[in-house]
Design a protein around this ligand. Sequence first.
Ligand SMILES: Nc1ncnc2c1ncn2[C@@H]1O[C@H](COP(=O)(O)OP(=O)(O)OP(=O)(O)O)[C@@H](O)[C@H]1O
Ligand SMILES: [Mg+2]
Length: 545
Amino acid sequence: MSKTPMSNIKLAHFDLLEEIGHGGLGVVFRAFDPSLNRHVAIKVLKEEFAQDPKFVEDFLRESQNAAAVSHPHIAQIHFVGEADENRYMVMELVPGRSLEQIVQQDGPMPETKALQVAIDVAEALKAGYAVNQMIHGDIKPQNIVVGDECGAKLLDFGLSQLANVEVDDSSDAVWGSPYYISPERVGRKAEDFRSDIYSLGATIFEALVGRPPFDAEDSTELAVKRLNEKPPLLRTLNPNISKRTEQIINKMLHKNLLMRYLDYDALLGELHKAQAAASGHGPMTDTMDLRRMTGYITQSVPVAPPRSQLPVILVASLVSCLLAGGVFYVLLGKKSTQQATPQTAVQPPAAASAATPGPSASPTAGSSAASKEFDKGIEMFDRYLLDCRRKEAAKELQKLNPSTPQEEAQVLTRTKRMNGQGQFKKLLDEDVNKSGYPMQITSRDGKKYAGGTKKASPEGFSISTPTGEISMRMGEIAPETILAMHDYYVKKAVGSEDVAHRNWLAGITAVTLGLKTEGKALMEKAGQEKPVLYSKDKLVEIIGR
Ligand SMILES: Nc1ncnc2c1ncn2[C@@H]1O[C@H](COP(=O)(O)OP(=O)(O)OP(=O)(O)O)[C@@H](O)[C@H]1O
Ligand SMILES: [Mg+2]
């Protein structure tokens, strides 16, 4: 925080003492509140925002939402006010340094400290989500202050929702700090709390090794990398980091939000275990095989140089580059803090398909409202199916309104996938109910259940645990386990007529759950046995090339 002393400037009854820093929305001051005899932080909005009634309305609403969350790891909002045409927010003054300053001044953080920051912030995000399902939307090192006494505190809850106002509505641009924003935001796909999990993963990655997961000379290249490349494994940059921590961060940074943690409790559980192990209080060998579980095997990369300095303000330079048939435009950078990370508006490619397996999500993406609506519907559909929520997917499918031959083809493909997954599940249920599955079941979040399952219904599988029976939907089981179950029953039924059919259905299901290579192999196997029924053309129709 820069310490610019100020002489006796008042805002309402507050004394502004010094500037702490500034960002996209305004300037933050350390101030004194004589009425309560305490120091506070005050964010004064930039003039252009203070005079924009729509912005002010949003600002007040988001501030109220954020003020509803009270948590030891969230900087409390005390008050929003107006004085002399200034709009301002009074907050708790968090003692300490921002995570950005800590890494800049001290270098990478020790693993246990970085994990503690991750735990504190995940707790804060969980608390925010519990109130009105709030997501933060701008997790980055500048928005986390770490003190000696109270651990890490998260700043700016709610405020990131306002950042879009800097871009006029017609531009289709997205805001966010390009080092930490999720691939779904870059690709303009639906975000949820797991987008915060991604940004927290990128932030802790930087805390651990001193550089963000992706780096590039400009924001366009950065966005392209985020959509197309896998982040380096932490241990290739610092071999002293534990495998467990590496796996957690890798899972947080999964391109597909469904493959990140299912909820904050799952994430917190793993972070606590990693922290206990890293501080010598837990099992060091009890590592999760997350990469196998998610099918997300990351390449090793050589140690990279520290983060490049993207310019503080990228002035309206129109940069474009071709990507996956689409065009990226870097429109404008947003002024940020002293050593600021630029906030960048990125227009994404029309068909960035990073998060969805199978054929590209929107080959027909056009500018018309109808086709945007269609693309959104297709995306929701894919998400439901990846999560094995077929009922919801079916509803989504019904809402779709295809208007071109390509859109019709997409609906047909999706329908076939949905039916394939449904038929596969029905057969699997019958098998389980006939002769239980005795092998270990691994959940998507890495928990292992040695007792297998003996009962299945359309709702899910009943799984015995040492503390009783639990029910798990197919979407909550690791896709690899689903395939292992299929394998088990197919082997039992060797010679039976429907093995090809079963492989075909299992293949469709595997592809839909994100295991494209395995799924394709199963479908090809079916094709070798019954080429007329399960032809190459059919395969391409359902899963693409
Ligand atoms: N309540 C607070 N207590 C202590 N320091 C704060 C507080 N609020 C902000 N800061 C500090 O002031 C700096 C500027 O904050 P500000 O939110 O304006 O910018 P930013 O976080 O860099 O960008 P953005 O506008 O996108 O949030 C932050 O990096 C942080 O270190
Ligand atoms: Mg901030």
